[in-house]
Structures are given as structure tokens and as C-alpha cells.
Ligand binder design. Sequence first.
Ligand SMILES: C[S@@+](CC[C@H](N)C(=O)[O-])C[C@H]1O[C@@H](n2cnc3c(N)ncnc32)[C@H](O)[C@@H]1O
Length: 354
Amino acid sequence: MFNLTKQYFVMYPLRYINMDELLITDLTQQKNLLLATVQHPLSIHYPPSVSYRKYFLKSLISQIEKKCDEVLDDLYTEYTTLLSKEDSGLCFKSYFLAALFLAEWVSEKRDLFGDKHVLELGSGLGLTGITVCRQCHPSRFTFSDCHIRVLSLLKQNIARNISTATCSNTEPHSPSLNTANSDLDEAYEESQKRKQPEAKIGDSSFSSEDCHMKKLNEAEPWCEKIIDNVCIFTNVDCSQTEVWQLNWEIARDSTILRLSSDVDVILAADVVYDESIIPPLVRILSIILHGGNKREAYVASTIRNKKTRDSFIGALELASVSWEVLSTSAKMIFYYDRSVPVEMIKLTADDKGH
Ligand SMILES: C[S@@+](CC[C@H](N)C(=O)[O-])C[C@H]1O[C@@H](n2cnc3c(N)ncnc32)[C@H](O)[C@@H]1O
């Protein structure tokens, strides 16, 4: 049952869920199944998409109809209630595979991240970073993304998953940064001058407007400051955790250098998906890797398109960044389609070439 619960919450494709194996011979077992999935307290607060729940219940009901004389009324009630609903707003069908892969990998690599300042680029919903914070005890973890709605969800996910209880040190860190010389309006105006390609997130596509600097929901319990044109939010429950609204395309070299002065490791999952974002991404990676000693970056990518992957490697070489494909294996924690190839690349500064 626990496996089914996990599969349901990651919206594991129904074709991979073996419903034949479920023990559903009586009404009590059917109710237990419902309580472990659609009526699970977590599902009530943070449900999978409407369409996933519809198809999940439809498959479950048809399986039960084959095996049992009677189908629990609650199953039909839940299903018919969902029939009149649509997915609305921002809906992520699931995490990107590379994030799941990277999260499994980091959870066994505490030595790489413990007591380090880790910066994640393109954090998305934050799975990888939350895993590092909970499993590896970094001295500081910085999530970053440019997309306003992604940042809002990211902040909610961090607040839910990284609290005082899971934070090893709630003393405020003191970044050696001057916050006085800029303000949000100025940053917003500056970002408006630049155009961006459309960023695709899962099944949702967002316009370039969404990557522009805007003020996030002030009601959220986060501190806010602006450093140059980067908006920074600090988690009040765990001050080692912060979120930067960082856009690779508009952040100045000097800002990146200044913000990343104590970064030890960079992480990124599934950020190499569009050729147009490779040059700005590689610029950020190169500035940070060359800006300090022994810095490393780990980039996990789903191999969708060889040309995009080759462009990334070419851009790294031009920027004097050394790369190495790591052979990886990690304990399987999540349910996802493992037939899709994911590659882990380790990056370091190539000082000879710079
Ligand atoms: C494919 S998603 C991956 C998200 C997350 N790492 C994961 O694997 O689930 C790519 C992420 O990069 C972010 N991104 C795209 N262009 C960006 C840019 N110019 N600056 C900063 N982040 C950007 C997107 O907002 C998105 O969250």
C-alpha cells in the first residue's frame, strides 16, 4: 500500500502501476486504498492534478469491478466529483526526471555538500535542494530561479519542507554583501528592458514576462532584500536557506561574483533543455567556477536532444570550464521512468584555459 501511496503522489504513469497486485477483495480494503491515496490527508491539502486523480480513480474502479461484487460508494463519489473539475492555473504534471535522479544522487553524497554553501540554478519546485537541506546539512543552501510563479511555489515548498525542526542552524548567516545601493523598482525596470525566450516548465509554458523581476507575495513569511538586481528571500525558519530571483540573462557579472563569493558547490537539474539558454547559463557557471578555489558544479540532464547537449559541452569548453561525465548509481527512492537516460556532468574551472 505504501508503494501505491508513493506512486500516487509522484503521479507515476498509470500504465506502470500494477493494479492487479492490489489486495481489494472487500469494502474495507477499498476504503483503505482510498485513504492511502485520494483521501490521504496530504492529498486533501496538496492533491495531484485533477486529471491524474480522475484517471487513477477510473483505473482503480475498473480493477475493483473486475475483482469484487461491490464497489465502495465513496470511490464513485470521488470520481464523479472530479469529473466536473478541470486543472486550473499552474500545474506541474510531475517533477523533471533529472531532479528526481539528482535528488537520489545527492542523498548519498553528504560529504560533497555537508558544511558547504550550495547554490542551485533553476531550482524549479525545489526537490533537489530540499533533499540536500534535509539530508546533507549544508552550511547554507541557495535556491534560485527566474520565474515568478515558480518562485512562489518554490517558497511554499521550502516553507513546508524545511522548518526549524529540519534546520541544523537557525542563526542568521551574515552575507558579506552591501544591500543599500539598489531597489526593487530599479531592478524591475532594468529587467523589463531585456527580452527572454519562452521557458517551458513541464506541461506549462510561461511567457518571457514571467522571468521579469516582480515583487513576490509579501504575506509569505520571508525576509526580502535586493542585492544589485537580484531579489533575495530568506527563510525565517531556517536562515541558511534562501531563494534568489536570479535570471541568468540579466544578472551582471559583478553581481554574480559578489553574490557567489562564498559558494562552494553549484547544483542544477534539467537546465540544459533549450539551446537559447545555454550561453547565459554557461556564463553564470563560468563566473562562479572561476571566481573561487576548488569550486565544483554538478549538472544532471535528461538527454532529450544530442544537439542541445553538444552545444552545452561546446559552450563549456569555450568558457574554459572542464567537464567530466560521472558514472552514477544511487539507491532508488522515487518512482519515475528509469528508461529515460539522465547524464550527470561534473564541472570545474579550467585555469589553464582561462
Ligand atoms: C526544466 S526546469 C527544471 C527545474 C528543476 N531543476 C527540476 O529539475 O525540476 C528549468 C528551470 O530553469 C529555470 N530557468 C529557465 N531559464 C532561466 C533563466 N534565464 N534564469 C534563471 N532560471 C531559468 C526555469 O524557470 C525552470 O525552473
